[in-house]
Design a protein around this ligand. Structure first.
Ligand code: COS
Length: 388
């Protein structure tokens, strides 16, 4: 049967094959254990590093492979087919690395990107706080200039790879009275004085990933750790999320594909009323919706990622669309996969139970899907105001 042709070049096909193989051979055999034991996937991090995957989005001059948003989406889709928890660790390192790549000085890039590209050090991104989630501009953590140092005080919540990562991009207030224009971005290293980690959170899904609080207690960092200019922190955070959100959509596509594959495998074997349940139209219609919606989401994510890679300036709307559509789709498809499998689907013996739990976070992290709709709605309002 014919498949949609996305016209991948040779390098892109190689990325798909490599990450597909990693998912099948390395991730799937261990994903249930990692989930159950809430175990951080250090062995897999080493496998990804060996395959040069951490440098996929990093230019060759800094030790990476020079890929763009589209190549990242291809990799994230295949890895998420194996496990969204494991893939979250991989995606989080890119999220922590993007601010350095997009806004770092050449010296900062030389200093940090080669280690991130090699997978020698994981990166993390610290924006969210206990009272600043969707309202990202409401952060309370402060950074004060003192001689040759910045001194950070405050805390960050729900930071992916907290405690495991070595390099953290942190958004802190430098001029509170200026609102979003009063935030700045900093690089903080594990081991910096006054920087510590809270307990590991217990989560519904993506339990192979680590999520912790970060604490800054008179955390003193050298002046040259400021990213971009003072006051650019909010813009840096938003641009970072714009770059990364299509990848979350791609993870939704990979996860949904995995859930549908499981549901079809099961429906072809499960006999009720004297025939495999896939023979019933009730099941076929659900599978038909799944297959169609997965392909629609894949086409949207790929098209948007490729458009972003052409260097467009204002990508917030498109990036939000990719995340919104593909992750809502993933929630629906994983829920329906459990439904197709009935009682079996609800049991931890089958992987779709974990897939449905993992899907939920895709609608929440890197901005809830309600926030994505705000971003899209505000962009439409601006576009049409210009036309009027
Ligand atoms: N790119 C560049 N600039 C942007 C931007 C973007 N994507 N989004 C906003 N800005 C700019 C605005 O243009 C504005 O600049 P001016 O002061 O020059 O007008 C400034 O940033 C403030 O923007 P805005 O007023 O829209 O900010 P809000 O506080 O209303 O917040 C949302 C906007 C809701 C979009 C933002 O807070 C958000 O994305 N929240 C979700 C956060 C999130 O994803 N959390 C997950 C963390 S990572 S797991």
């Amino acid at each position: 049967m014919a498949e949609v042709n996305y016209f991948l070049n040779e390098e892109q096909q190689m990325i798909v094959e490599l990450t597909r193989q990693l998912a099948r051979e390395k991730i799937i055999p261990v994903r249930a254990r990692l989930d159950e034991q809430e175990e951080f996937p250090w062995d897999l991090v080493k496998d990804f590093a060996q395959a040069d995957l951490f440098g996929l989005f990093i230019p060759e001059e800094y030790g990476g492979l020079g890929g763009g948003c589209f190549e990242m989406c291809l990799a994230l889709e295949q890895l998420a087919y194996g496990c969204v928890g494991v893939t979250t660790t991989y995606a989080a390192s890119a999220l922590g690395g993007y601010p350095i790549l997009l806004f770092g000085s050449d010296e900062q890039k030389q200093r940090y990107l080669p280690d991130i590209a090699a997978g020698a050090k994981l990166a993390a991104f610290g924006l969210t706080e206990s009272t600043a989630g969707s309202d990202a501009a409401a952060i309370q953590t402060t950074a004060v200039e003192e001689g040759d140092y910045w001194v950070l005080n405050g805390s960050k919540q729900w930071i992916t790879s907290g405690g495991e990562a070595e390099i953290y991009t942190i958004i802190a207030m430098t001029d509170r009275h200026k609102g979003p224009r009063g935030a700045s971005a900093f690089i903080v290293e594990k081991g910096d004085p006054g920087f510590s980690f809270g307990k590991k959170e217990k989560k519904m899904g993506i339990r192979a990933s680590s999520t912790t609080e970060l604490f800054f207690d008179n955390c003193k960092i050298p002046k040259d750790r400021l990213l971009g200019r003072r006051g650019m922190g909010f813009i840096i955070a938003m641009r970072t999320l714009d770059q990364a959100r299509p990848g979350i959509g791609a993870m939704g596509v990979g996860l949904a594909q995995a859930a549908m594959d499981e549901a079809i495998l099961f429906a072809r074997q499960r006999v009720q009323f004297g025939q495999p349940v896939i023979a019933f139209q009730a099941i076929q219609h659900m599978l038909a919706d799944m297959a169609t919606e997965i392909e629609a989401a894949r086409a949207l994510v790929y098209a948007i990622a490729r458009t972003i890679d052409t260097g467009i300036k204002d990508m917030a709307k498109l990036s939000a669309m990719a995340k919104l559509f593909a992750t809502d789709m993933a929630m629906k498809v994983t829920t329906d996969a459990v439904q197709v499998m009935g009682g079996h689907g609800y049991m931890a013996d089958y992987p779709v139970e974990k897939m449905m739990r993992d899907a939920k976070i895709l609608q929440i992290y890197e901005g809830t899907n309600q926030i994505q709709k705000n971003v899209i709605g505000q962009a439409l309002n601006k576009e049409y105001a210009k036309k009027a």
